[in-house]
Design a protein around this ligand. Structure first.
Ligand code: FRU
Length: 482
């Protein structure tokens, strides 16, 4: 077993299935001390196929253990994305504290016949902590009114009115349904036909409140493919109010959860109390089926704690890595008050041949600078700040293997939303990904990349010069070191 998970490009602190295809995280829920992750999974090949729900469990959302497949396709179709809840009051009658999964049945036969009704919503329950599942006899619980894309139910309990709310993607909008028992659902309202980004189909939504300055602000996440800010798949969000029937948005512009190309279908865990924790699929439909990994395809992002922050007249979502990740920190160093003129080479101090690390730095937004990750064969992944454009960027043009898809070798940009003159960055690097959390998570970028050999060199560069208040570097333990 010690040899497992050592393949080229194998992430060390992000979830990957041992073998074969994975896409969206599904049914993420905390139950009896365990975090559950289900995911779109095709166990027979390394490309997308008839969907199952794979399953993994964790005590900390960081180290995951793969479990047997939870849901298999059946006569109603493939098992597409969805959510899971803990039915504390036994509203469905399956049993107290039952785990109930709410997912889309996607019927490939009807899809070919173009009935327009091939996607319906169904439920299944587990009374043994997610080990075995029973599909409900009355499935589907939501019939399709004739909408070709009608999927990815995200369900939560709406305490004020003692009912379940289902947030569902219906092609170019969100439809809300409510239910007393998870079995009979009534349509409440639609949102979004004229709002937000519409460069692609709406998928994988989420709806939840976050307390902000003493009030509940409702967050509606809507993943969209294509149409992301740097092409392909991405997650947008709206902030506003939800009254049990209707969502009203206060957002004046389209807002993005993550400006990188590799955080799709991101939604939050259920039943995590006051914490709102997001995790996404760390890939993009532009090239997900082509990435050069073997024998698996795709990883998830790190779990991220969400918050809200007011900047000027707007409120934005912030995301930062969950604190549980800190347990994997190993050796590192701290620098204070360092002037970087041209470049600062951190390679010797870092002594890190695996490329797994976390970097936290604070500086001023006065000049361009970049963090360059490289290796002996000259691959470079560059994360930087561009003063003139007031933008952050990730450049993976020369980052290693890029030729599997023509749009992969690009530089991605993101606006700096913070207004202060101090920049603070957190950068997480795994074997084949970087996640940038700028300004305490106001601007986030996630990109995957495939270096020919592990990243082993680290430089901070600034032609016109910057002053670093602090720079903290910590190696992160690989799977076999923990
Ligand atoms: C998003 C998505 C979902 C769908 C699933 C199918 O990536 O297209 O809308 O349920 O993947 O695997």
């Amino acid at each position: 077993l010690a040899q497992d998970f050592k393949e080229k490009y194998r992430p060390q602190f992000h979830f990957t299935p041992k073998a074969n295809w994975m896409n969206d995280p599904n049914g993420m829920v905390y139950h009896n001390g365990i975090y559950h992750l289900f995911y779109q999974y095709y166990p027979d090949a390394k490309v997308w196929g008839p969907m199952h729900w794979g399953h993994a469990t964790s005590k900390d959302m960081i180290s995951w253990k793969e479990q047997p497949i939870a849901l298999y396709p059946d006569s109603l179709g493939y098992i597409f994305s969805g959510s899971a809840v803990v039915d504390k009051n036994n509203t469905a009658g399956f049993g107290k504290d039952a785990l109930v999964a709410i997912f889309t049945h996607h019927d490939p036969v009807q899809e070919k016949q173009k009935t327009g009704k091939h996607e319906t919503q169904s439920i299944a329950y587990s009374l043994d902590d997610g080990k075995t599942w029973t599909k409900y006899k009355g499935n589907p619980v939501v019939q399709n009114p004739g909408i070709s894309d009608f999927r990815d139910p995200k369900v939560r309990w709406f305490e004020a009115q003692k009912k379940w709310i289902m947030t569902l993607a219906s092609k170019d909008r969100i439809t809300f349904y409510s239910s007393p028992d998870l079995k009979s659902w009534s349509r409440e309202s639609d949102f979004g036909a004229k709002e937000g980004g519409h460069g692609g189909v709406w998928e994988c939504p989420d709806l939840f409140p976050i307390k902000h300055e003493g009030k509940d602000v409702w967050v509606l996440i809507v993943n969209i493919n294509p149409g992301g800010p740097n092409k392909g798949s991405a997650g947008q969000y709206f902030l506003g109010n939800f009254d049990g029937k209707t969502f009203t948005s206060n957002s004046k512009e389209t807002k993005w959860l993550d400006y990188g190309t590799d955080n799709y279908a991101a939604v939050t865990f259920a039943n995590t109390g006051g914490r709102n924790i997001l995790m996404g699929w760390m890939s993009n439909w532009q090239y997900a089926n082509q990435v050069p990994t073997d024998p698996w395809r795709s990883a998830n992002t790190i779990a991220r704690e969400l918050g809200l922050k007011t900047v000027g007249n707007e409120i934005y979502l912030t995301s930062i890595p969950v604190k549980e990740l800190d347990a994997l920190n190993s050796t590192g160093f701290l620098l204070k008050n360092v002037k970087v003129q041209d470049q600062l080479d951190l390679t010797e101090r870092a002594k890190n041949k695996s490329g797994l690390f976390r970097l936290d730095l604070t500086t001023e937004s006065k000049a361009d600078f970049s963090i360059v990750l490289s290796n002996e064969v000259g691959n470079e992944l560059i994360v930087g700040y561009n003063k003139a454009g007031n933008q952050y960027y990730i450049d993976r043009i020369k980052s290693g293997k890029v030729d599997f898809e023509k749009g992969f070798a690009e530089k991605h940009t993101a606006p700096r939303l913070a207004t202060g003159s101090k920049i603070s960055l957190t950068l997480l690097a795994d074997v084949a990904s970087v996640e940038l959390f700028a300004d305490n998570g106001l601007t986030v970028m996630t990109d995957i990349f495939f270096p020919d050999t592990p990243i082993s060199k680290f430089h901070i560069k600034s032609v016109s010069g910057i002053f670093l208040d602090t720079l903290q570097y910590k190696s992160i333990k690989s799977r076999n070191d923990r």
